[in-house]
Design a protein around this ligand. Structure first.
Ligand SMILES: NC(=O)c1ccc[n+]([C@@H]2O[C@H](COP(=O)([O-])OP(=O)(O)OC[C@H]3O[C@@H](n4cnc5c(N)ncnc54)[C@H](O)[C@@H]3O)[C@@H](O)[C@H]2O)c1
Length: 277
């Protein structure tokens, strides 16, 4: 690991969503540590039972605090415990997403509505809950920074992403709306729209490999890795981005503005060429 730039020296934070060493939150935690931050790690109790997070906790010297982000009491408890460990915090990472409909391969036109509500609750409304409890407990310092991870399915149709497309649209809206209310304290709230990344949540999507390859071939720079996403998030937590707020920021190697790539044109031409002509 490089020595970093000391961008987060003296900063404290809460990192939600590290499950295993492929998790984007895991990579972000390592990058935050490299840049000098102290933080607590949190995940749902059921995820903690797998035990993988202990390793990251040891590596980054971070306490692990269980919290199901759909449960207000647990979030309140998390804020109290975090205060005991760190005092106030300067940054929060929300890297949480889960859809029972996607997991169980339900088509968008045939959703289980209880699961749909779970998708929205876990993947989007949880950002609102976390910010609400952060404010209520007065844990978030003035000038702080909140980042939630999103996906371009919020703007465009990616059929296999099913109800997660809706969850990401809501997540981005909550970031904007909360951002406007925290702006007078210098606190910014942004979403980072990351390209397909090979993590547990990512690869659990039916058709993920196709989505990954499509993005890889269209994006002029190719898909960014979880570690590259981590470096970008570090800049957003740092003091170098003090007036960036209420934005959805694409971290996708240029995919969002690309039409088609030369490679894709050549590949398609080969695939659909008529040998008889
Ligand atoms: N992997 C991708 O292709 C990709 C692309 C763009 C955005 N994202 C987003 O990045 C974020 C992190 O996902 P990831 O790809 O690193 O996968 P991941 O599976 O490693 O992380 C998802 C995390 O959400 C946690 N979680 C689920 N339910 C929870 C609950 N009730 N309470 C607390 N935590 C809960 C899981 O335990 C897990 O740690 C998600 O918001 C995801 O949608 C992922």
């Amino acid at each position: 690991m490089s020595d970093g730039y000391g961008l987060l020296k003296g900063k404290k934070g809460i990192i939600f969503g590290a499950l295993d060493d492929r998790s984007i939150a895991w990579r972000i935690a390592l990058a935050c540590k490299r840049e000098g931050a102290d933080f607590v790690l949190s995940n749902a109790p059921i995820a903690l039972r797998l035990g993988a997070l202990d390793k990251l906790g040891e590596e980054t010297d971070a306490p692990i605090i269980p919290c199901d982000v759909t449960n207000d009491d647990e979030i309140e408890e998390l804020m109290t415990k975090t205060k005991e460990h760190l005092g106030g915090v300067d940054f929060i990472l929300h890297a949480i997403g889960m859809s029972p409909n996607v997991r169980k391969k339900k088509e968008y036109t045939d959703l289980n509505y209880n699961w749909y509500q779970q998708t929205l609750d876990v993947s989007a409304i949880s950002l609102h809950r976390v910010l609400h409890h952060a404010e209520k407990s007065e844990i978030l310092n003035d000038g702080g920074s909140v980042v939630a991870l999103s996906y371009i399915g919020a703007q465009r149709i990616f059929s296999k992403y099913s109800d997660m497309n809706d969850a990401k649209a809501l997540l981005e809206s909550i970031a904007r709306n909360y951002g406007s209310r925290l702006a007078d304290r210098g606190i910014r709230v942004n979403t980072v729209s990351q390209a397909p990344t090979k993590t547990s949540a990512g690869t659990g999507i039916k058709g993920f490999d196709g989505m990954y390859t499509f993005a890889e071939k269209i994006a002029p720079m190719g898909n960014p890795s979880a570690d590259e996403c981590a470096d970008y998030c570090v800049t957003l937590f740092s003091d170098l981005t003090r007036k960036v707020t209420m934005q959805n920021l694409y971290h996708d190697g240029g995919f969002v503005t690309a039409g088609i790539s030369e490679e894709m044109i050549d590949d398609l031409a080969k695939l659909y060429s008529n040998d008889d002509e």
